[in-house]
Write a protein that binds this ligand. Sequence first.
Ligand code: ATP
Ligand code: MG
Length: 335
Amino acid sequence: MLDSDRIGEVVLDVKDLRTYFVTRWGVVKAVDGVSFQVRRGETLGVVGESGCGKSVTSLSIMRLVPSPPGHIVGGQVLLEGDDILELDDGEMEEIRGSRIGMVLQDPMTALNPVFDIEDQVGEALKIHKNMSGEGLKANVIEMLRKVRIPAPEVRIKDFPHQLSGGMRQRVVGAIGISCDPAVLIADEPTTSLDATIQAQYLRLLRELQEQTGVGIIFITHDFGIVAKMCDRVAVMYAGKIVEQGDVRQIFNKPAHPYTEALIQSVPKMEEKAERLYSIPGQPPALWALDQSCAFADRCRYAFDRCTAEYPDMFELEHGQLAACWLREKDKVATA
Ligand SMILES: Nc1ncnc2c1ncn2[C@@H]1O[C@H](COP(=O)(O)OP(=O)(O)OP(=O)(O)O)[C@@H](O)[C@H]1O
Ligand SMILES: [Mg+2]
């Protein structure tokens, strides 16, 4: 169910995206037919175990896949209707940091230690909005105020090391929204920082969204955080989306066994750590996939068909999508 006051039109429409790496082991199909949409004011979670293709998906959307060995070999990425995969490098440069941005959780990797805050927050405004002088300075102060940095007219002369971790994150947030992008990508590293910093980061993302209505892609391996943060979720496994839909719907009633296992491995407050469930086995190598469901050999429900044929994507009630043969009987359509 969409919250129609908060969530608006589609700002990012990813269609059948394919990004492959040519390696000496073979072709790594890191992203293989990924489709999803992000609406204004909405947060889409992209969740899955390490190596499933989450970061390559976000790098593909930013057109930052290292090439060689990586190539976007197919699909469309429509940003407010424009296919950014068709743009030349110069045009893409203009879009990056203005209409689509990234916010990193670890601010030290995002900020340059040798430039002050004014320079770093002002850079995108200078490049993309042709601002300079007092106008630029006033805008930078306004951005810092938006992310609730106290006394911004003084703090703009600070260097990153003079700010606390939380303040540095806020500066990164200010850079992220400085040009009022339609989409922000937040790619959480697998080894997350300490719990306080992470909580601050999640709060910051929420504030940025409330202030600007930006559509957010939130990338994580933790379904617990998705349940707290996101409106919708796309579950990735071995380069493909295996389930997608409303977060509450999926959290209460996962349709794909992989999603069920991910949810089961979320720590619960009342349970002791030693009882924490982890999914048995390992994800498959992405250069050696065959026609079977990639999750079949770890799936407690797998049957003959799962190894013979990759499942179709079935549309279930409430728009939930799942690529699993078990769900064929529940489908309202084949997506
Ligand atoms: N430069 C590269 N060359 C070859 N293979 C690559 C390259 N970058 C990524 N890959 C492969 O693409 C696949 C997807 O990687 P990706 O970084 O998207 O995973 P991820 O889901 O973001 O994992 P994590 O949760 O650890 O961040 C992996 O199998 C990885 O080995
Ligand atoms: Mg990653």
